[in-house]
Design a protein around this ligand. Structure first.
Ligand code: MN
Length: 289
């Protein structure tokens, strides 16, 4: 049985993250609280394609800030993002690459466009998805996974390919290690095609069109549309008439209390206060290195 579409949205009110990322918040959405309705996904910021003018001696982005209790997943379609954190990790991800950062017990990081991309200018197109950590892993050590073009497995289907960022598609398993079941598929139609995607009953399932348009469950969805699917049912059917890109985000809901304040997502308000105390005590790292 197919999962029904329960809601289609096309949020449009953009805001800046730092001075580099012009995003529209799709999850939980402007003015809404993070909720278990989309668990394990807490937040989705979509940076639709826009043209960055060439910069002279300036790298747009966002400076050092903390996180604790979840993971940030940055998917770049176009552009180049550089990251540095106080756990000692860092790197550059470019087009068709993904950075999966586990904040866990806490760190400070920054996110900037690379010097080269800033100087040349170009099209910036990216997504940042926050994936919650189960209670028992919220204080895990920070971790950094750079999923480059070479280590994201691809599965060919008639009309395109599925890039398996996390989870399993047919017999092909994940690129990223996760702390709870998460399926993340970057689906590329190279021509007209159709694909049935099996997703377990009870999973949260969301679909974002990132290029051109597709048809899901007989409904046409265009670039920038997000569709939320019912938990019941075990498959999603998508098709395209020509070149298109779609991101499928699915996962087993954690169903644990969510306490959120700014850059921290824990289970209780006391843990949020502890996060601020630990930040102020330098336990998430120091910039004086
Ligand atoms: Mn961040």
């Amino acid at each position: 049985m197919q999962k029904n579409i329960i809601k289609i949205e096309h949020p449009r009110s953009a805001h800046m993250v730092g001075d580099g990322f012009r995003v529209v918040q799709y999850v939980p959405g402007h003015g809404r609280e993070m909720s278990n309705d989309t668990s394990p996904f807490l937040m989705l910021d979509y940076n639709a394609p826009w043209q960055l003018a060439p910069q002279s001696n300036h790298r747009p982005g966002v400076g050092f800030h903390p996180h604790r209790g979840f993971e940030t997943v940055t998917i770049v379609y176009s552009g180049e993002v550089e990251h540095q954190d106080t756990a000692g990790n860092g790197g550059v991800i470019g087009a068709d690459e993904v950075q999966w950062m586990t904040a866990g017990s806490g760190l400070l990081h920054n996110e900037f466009m690379t010097a080269e991309f800033s100087r040349m200018g170009g099209v910036q197109h990216a997504i940042q998805l926050w994936v919650n950590l189960p209670r028992e892993h919220k204080m895990t050590l920070p971790r950094y996974q750079a999923l480059t073009r070479d280590n994201i497995p691809e599965v060919a289907f008639d009309g395109g390919r599925v890039r398996v960022i996390a989870g399993q598609f047919w017999d092909t398993k994940w690129a990223a290690k996760t702390f709870s079941p998460v399926e993340l598929y970057d689906i590329r139609f190279d021509s007209a095609g159709q694909l049935d995607i099996e997703i377990p009953e009870d999973y949260t399932t969301m679909l974002l069109v990132t290029e051109w348009e597709i048809i899901a469950n007989n409904k046409k969805l265009e670039n920038g549309n997000i569709a939320h699917f019912a938990r019941s049912g075990s498959s999603v059917s998508i098709s395209a008439n020509t070149v298109a890109k779609v991101l499928i985000m699915a996962g087993s809901p954690l169903n644990e209390p969510i306490a959120h304040y700014g850059p921290f997502v824990m289970n209780t308000q006391t843990e949020i206060m502890q996060a601020f105390a630990d930040l102020n005590a330098g336990k998430m790292g120091s910039l004086d290195v």
